[in-house]
Design a protein around this ligand. Structure first.
Ligand code: CO8
Length: 264
């Protein structure tokens, strides 16, 4: 991979977007690499959580950007058809982040602008460093958020705030992103990766198959009417009741011992 780095340890995959000369902006090659590597990760039983983050900048090697957006130099001459294809090229890996059986955490270590904010929103959980900046600057470039931003931002922070951010292109800092519900947590930048890994380890300590089924239940039910959604949940609950982990987890509780949860 030219633009991604993958490190796996302790059942956690750290996936680093690394385009040091472009503040990790997403070009076609990066999106394709992301699509491939996410499929490979989903097939691995030794990875339970994926942490997505940004690599250092080339100028001073400092971690100042998560992802500074889609690659403007690539987009500048797009025809309407090429732009649509580019949007769909991102949609596939973004849906993988959202729906893969592993939990995905965005560790946002700086600029999360345009497509950077959008890829973070495709993850299950967002943790930001206190130097992170968020914005949807697209309308200032004469385009709209095209990597799912008009849809996912409204779902996360509500329609009014999403419209304000998209219409004004305002930058917001990590504290404001937390206040409006765009991120789950804000920590000092030195603590970002440790915090993300600690959360990952806590998630891994639970029943991994149950976590992945809970993720599917939340995602699938979100856009359903409540009656069908609760029925779908009951069906998935039934599936979790047929697992080794359910027998082991409940027996361990009754026998006052630690559970050995192994399903995935
Ligand atoms: N694309 C390409 N290159 C970029 C991008 C980007 N999004 N952001 C930064 N770079 C490059 C710069 O051109 C520069 O390259 P070089 O050194 O060769 O000139 C290098 O990264 C460093 O950037 P700066 O010198 O500008 O660094 P500063 O610290 O001065 O500024 C900023 C940092 C404020 C982040 C600034 O770089 C900036 O404003 N970047 C653009 C942010 C932006 O507008 N992002 C949104 C892009 S549009 C988008 O994401 C649309 C998504 C949906 C597309 C759907 C298509 C269908």
């Amino acid at each position: 991979m030219n633009n991604l780095k993958l490190d796996v340890a302790d059942q956690i995959a750290i996936l680093t977007i690394s385009r040091p000369g472009a503040l990790n902006a997403l070009n076609s090659e990066t999106l394709d690499e992301l699509n491939t590597v996410l499929s490979e990760i989903e097939a691995r039983d030794d990875v339970k959580v994926v942490i997505l983050t940004g690599g250092p900048d080339k100028k001073d090697n400092a971690f100042k950007s998560f992802v500074a957006g889609a690659d403007i130099a690539e987009m500048v001459n797009f025809s309407a058809a090429e732009a649509r294809a580019f949007g769909m090229r991102a949609a596939e890996p973004f849906f993988k982040l959202m729906n893969m059986r592993q939990v995905t955490i965005a560790a946002i270590n700086g600029f999360a602008l345009g497509g950077g904010c959008e890829i973070a929103m495709a993850c299950d959980i967002r943790i930001a460093s206190d130097n992170a900046t968020f914005a949807q600057p697209e309308t200032g470039l004469g385009i709209i958020p095209g990597f799912g931003g008009t849809q996912r931002l409204a779902r996360l922070v509500g329609m009014g705030r999403a419209k304000e951010l998209i219409f004004t292109c305002d930058n917001i800092d990590a504290a404001e992103a937390y206040r409006i519900g765009l991120v789950n947590k804000v920590v000092a930048k030195e603590e970002l990766m440790d915090t993300a890994k600690k959360m990952a380890s806590k998630i891994i300590s639970k029943g991994s198959y149950a976590v992945s089924i809970a993720k599917a239940a939340i995602n699938n039910g979100y856009d359903m009417d409540i009656k069908n959604a609760v029925e779908m949940e009951a069906n998935l609950f039934g599936i979790t009741c047929s697992t080794h982990d359910k027998t082991e987890g409940m027996s361990a509780f009754l026998e006052r011992r630690a559970a050995d949860l192994t399903d995935f």
